[in-house]
Write a protein that binds this ligand. Structure first.
Ligand SMILES: NC(=O)c1ccc[n+]([C@@H]2O[C@H](COP(=O)([O-])OP(=O)(O)OC[C@H]3O[C@@H](n4cnc5c(N)ncnc54)[C@H](O)[C@@H]3O)[C@@H](O)[C@H]2O)c1
Length: 308
């Protein structure tokens, strides 16, 4: 059985374990710094397995030994946003947490593929790659699966159509300046801008961009976790089962889309080797210029890491 480690057994980490346990594709190790939390949630999940009919092993720990030789490591450790905060406001606190998570994990799982969730997402993915000395294939940030799913949900609700008929693609950094693509997104093959009035489409684009903040302000404490963890589980599965599945995710660009030395949300192919390919969409001038604000914000956050 493959092994997946989830660092951070909070809302997103434990819910990722929950979605993964149901899939029965890997044994799971959850690690947290708080004594008892990972252990308690792992035991609770183990006790759910007879009911859902899944034979995997789930353990919780405060140290990394149990996670030795993991195939995939998911990093969710870190503070979530409070109402009124931007994701970038989390940089100072979360850089220490992600650095320690990568450094501890790489010692015991040097061959794993790393998926980062902690915010600010693109900068934390960059940090993980640099601190872990990892190749770009082995570090992927989760953002686009979630942002695209939010847009798909809003379109499906608006048009009263199955989510399975709705295909949406959101590019860019994981911030309110992300770019929901309307030309490429479609409902059963019909481009979105042909099935929806411009005013409604504009409202859905705005709601997608601010989708994370909408949930933070409703919850008052903590941020979204069901959809983010479902996104993580889909990415883990694509890697472990070598699906060659194209998803939107934050990847290290080395010339693609005319960008270098940045983690940015683009379509990537996921397989056993991690990020196996970056797919380049043919973007028009207005789409490219809409991405500029996102590029410069992500660059600023990465520069604030001062990694040289
Ligand atoms: N990229 C995305 O789409 C996305 C979506 C949702 C949340 N997030 C981010 O994911 C992170 C986690 O969110 P959450 O809702 O699970 O938060 P949470 O507070 O529920 O859980 C975080 C957990 O990390 C643990 N932790 C802290 N430092 C640690 C360390 N050094 N080692 C191991 N564990 C440690 C905490 O004890 C806590 O249990 C946040 O930064 C949040 O902003 C990103």
């Amino acid at each position: 059985m493959a092994k997946v480690t989830i660092i951070g057994a909070g809302q997103t980490g434990a819910t990722t374990a929950h979605w993964l346990a149901k899939r029965e594709i890997a044994d799971i190790v959850m690690i947290d710094i708080v004594e008892g939390v990972a252990q308690g949630k792992a035991l609770d999940l183990m006790e759910a397995l007879p009911i859902i009919g899944s034979d995997v092993n789930i353990v919780g720990s405060n140290s990394y030994e149990e996670s030795t030789d993991s195939d995939v490591v998911v990093i969710t450790a870190g503070l979530p946003r409070k109402p009124g905060m931007s994701r970038d406001d989390l940089l100072a606190a979360n850089r220490k947490i992600v650095t320690s998570a990568v450094e501890c994990s790489i010692r015991v799982s040097p061959n794993a593929v790393y998926i980062v969730l902690t915010n600010p997402l693109d900068a934390m993915s960059y940090l993980a790659m640099k601190k872990g000395g990892l190749s770009r294939e082995r570090v992927i940030g989760q953002a686009g699966v979630l942002d695209s799913a939010r847009m798909r949900a809003f379109v499906a609700m608006e048009l009263n159509v199955s989510v399975q008929n709705v295909h949406c693609y959101v590019l860019g950094g994981h911030g309110d300046d992300m770019l929901p693509l309307t030309r490429h997104s479609n409902v059963a093959g019909v481009p979105l801008d042909k099935v929806m009035r411009p005013k409604r489409l504009k409202a859905i684009i705005e709601r997608t961009r601010k989708g994370g903040g909408e949930i933070v302000s409703l919850l008052k404490s903590g941020s979204a976790f069901y959809a983010p963890s479902a996104a993580l589980a889909q990415m883990v599965e694509a890697i472990l089962l070598d699906r060659k599945q194209v998803v939107l995710a934050s990847a290290y660009l080395d010339g693609e889309y005319g960008l270098t030395d940045i983690f940015f949300g683009v379509p990537v192919k996921l397989g056993r080797g991690g990020m196996e390919q970056i797919i380049e969409y043919d973007l028009n001038r207005s789409e490219l210029s809409a991405l500029e604000a996102s590029v410069s914000r992500v660059r600023k956050t990465i520069e604030a890491l001062a990694l040289g």
